[in-house]
Design a protein around this ligand. Structure first.
Ligand code: PLP
Length: 392
C-alpha cells in the first residue's frame, strides 16, 4: 500500500530543529554538560495554591467526567472576572469567553472556522510558527509575512503592506509582549492596527500568553481594551508556570468565538474540569491590574536572570538590549560570526555546551538573530556566559 499525504502537509516547512536535536543527543551521549536556554518552558514550579486546588478538585467525582468543549460555566465566569479586574473590560461569559486547550490549540483552530482556501492571513515574522503553519497553511490559506524589523521596534509596518493584500486579508495575528523578540506594543500602535482592521475588514487574533511576563512597572495592554471586534487568546502556561496543564482561553467578539466553538465541538471534548478549577484559583488571585504575589514572585526571578544575562553578554562584547517583557532575549548574532547562517552559529554554541534557538526557527526574517530563554538559574547563566566568552 502506498501512503499518500495530503498536499497541505507538503506545504509545511521542514522541521528546522531536527538537526539541532540530533546534535544535542550526540553531545549528551558524549557526556557534554549542556546549558539549555532554548525552549520557552518555565523551569519554575506551578504555585502551590494552584496545585493544592488541583489535587482537591481531581478527587471530586463530578470533575472526572467529560468537560464541555467551550469550558465550564465557572471557568468562563472566572475568565470574565479576570478580564474585568486585569484589563477593566466587561465580557459576557456565555458568548464572549471560551476555553482552549492551551493557546496553541486556539491559535491553530481559529483558522479552521474562518479561512477558506487562498484566503490571506497576516502573520508576523519572525513569529510563533503556528500562525503560518498549523493555522494558515493547514487550512489551505495563504500566509502574508509581516516582517518584524529592529528599526520598527519589531512592530509590523502596516503602511508598507500593499492595499490589495490588506483588502484580501481575513485575519491578522499579533502578539505583544512578543515571542521571539521580547518587544512590546504601545496602545497607540494597537489602535492603529484596529483602525486598519476596520478599514480593510479583517479581524485580529491577539495572541497574548506573555501578558503577565512584564518587568518593572510595565503593564501590557490587550486589544480588547480598544473595542470588542477582535479576540484575545491567553493561557495559564506562562502566567502560572503551567505549560503541561494545557489550559487557556479566548475572549472577545462573540461571532468569532461562536465560529471557534463550532469547530472545536467537532474535534475535542474540552480540558479537564479539575484543571479549569485550578486555573481559576490562580486567576482569582488577581484583584487589580497588578500582578498577584504568585506571579510577581516568578517575574522577580526572571528579572534577575535577564539582568545577569544581558549585562553579561554586553560585558563580553555581544551587544544586547534588555527587553521590558517576556522571558526571551533576542539578539543579533555577534559580529565575529555575522557572515554565517545563525544555524551554524548555534552549532558552535552547542559545541561549547550552550543551547539557544536560531532566529531562522521563527521564520525567514529571524535570520541573523538568536533567542535565549531565561529558563536556567543564575549560576547556570553565568556558566553559559563564561563558555560564550571563550567562543567569542
Ligand atoms: C507566541 C506564543 N503563542 C502561543 C503559545 C502557546 O502557548 P500554550 O499553548 O502553552 O498556551 C506560545 C508558547 O510558547 C507562544 O510563544
Amino acid at each position: 500500500m502506498k501512503i499518500e499525504y495530503a498536499e497541505r502537509i507538503g506545504r509545511l516547512p521542514p522541521y528546522i530543529f531536527a538537526e539541532i536535536e540530533e546534535l544535542i543527543i550526540q553531545k549528551t551521549k558524549e557526556g557534554v554538560d549542556l546549558i539549555k536556554l532554548g525552549i520557552g518552558d518555565p523551569d519554575l514550579p506551578t504555585p502551590e495554591i494552584i496545585i493544592d486546588e488541583l489535587i482537591a478538585e481531581s478527587k471530586v467525582s463530578d470533575n472526572q467526567n467529560y468537560p464541555t468543549s467551550m469550558g465550564e460555566e465557572f471557568f468562563r465566569e472566572g475568565v470574565a472576572r479576570w478580564n474585568k479586574v486585569r484589563y477593566g473590560i466587561d465580557l459576557d461569559p456565555t458568548t464572549e469567553v471560551s476555553h482552549v486547550m492551551g493557546g496553541k490549540e486556539g491559535v491553530a483552530n481559529i483558522a479552521r472556522a474562518f479561512i477558506n482556501p487562498g484566503d490571506i492571513v497576516l502573520c508576523p515574522n519572525p513569529g510563533y510558527p503556528v500562525y503560518e503553519n498549523g493555522a494558515t497553511k493547514l487550512c489551505d490559506g495563504d500566509p502574508f509575512l509581516l516582517p518584524l524589523k529592529i528599526e520598527n521596534d519589531f512592530l509590523p509596518d502596516l503602511e508598507a503592506v500593499e492595499t490589495d493584500i490588506l483588502k484580501k486579508a481575513k485575519m491578522m495575528y499579533l502578539n505583544y509582549p512578543n515571542n521571539p523578540t521580547g518587544a512590546i506594543a504601545p496602545m497607540d500602535y494597537l489602535k492603529k492596527a484596529v483602525d486598519y482592521a476596520e478599514d480593510y475588514n479583517f479581524f485580529i487574533v491577539y495572541d497574548n500568553p506573555y501578558s503577565e511576563f512584564t518587568y518593572e512597572d510595565y503593564i501590557a495592554p490587550t486589544i480588547l481594551q480598544i473595542n470588542n471586534d477582535h479576540v484575545e487568546i491567553n493561557s495559564a502556561s506562562k502566567m502560572f508556570n503551567m505549560t503541561g496543564f494545557r489550559c487557556g482561553w479566548i475572549a472577545g467578539n462573540a461571532d468569532i468565538i461562536a465560529g471557534l466553538r463550532k469547530v472545536k465541538s467537532q474535534i475535542d471534548s474540552g480540558g479537564s474540569i479539575f484543571i479549569q478549577k485550578a486555573v481559576i484559583k490562580g486567576l482569582n488571585e488577581y484583584t487589580s491590574e497588578k500582578k498577584p504575589r504568585i506571579v510577581a514572585k516568578s517575574m522577580k526571578i526572571y528579572e534577575k536572570r535577564r539582568d545577569v544575562l544581558v549585562n553579561g553578554l554586553n560585558d563580553i562584547g555581544w551587544p544586547t538590549n534588555k527587553p521590558q517583557a517576556t522571558f526571551y532575549i533576542w539578539t543579533a548574532v555577534p559580529e565575529k560570526y555575522c557572515d554565517i547562517p545563525c544555524m551554524d552559529f548555534i552549532k558552535k554554541l552547542i559545541n561549547v555546551g550552550v543551547v539557544v534557538t536560531p532566529g531562522i526557527g521563527f521564520g525567514q526574517y529571524g535570520e541573523g538573530f538568536v533567542r535565549f530563554a531565561l529558563t536556567q538559574n543564575i549560576e547556570r547563566i553565568q556558566e553559559a556566559l563564561e563558555r560564550i566568552k571563550n567562543l567569542l
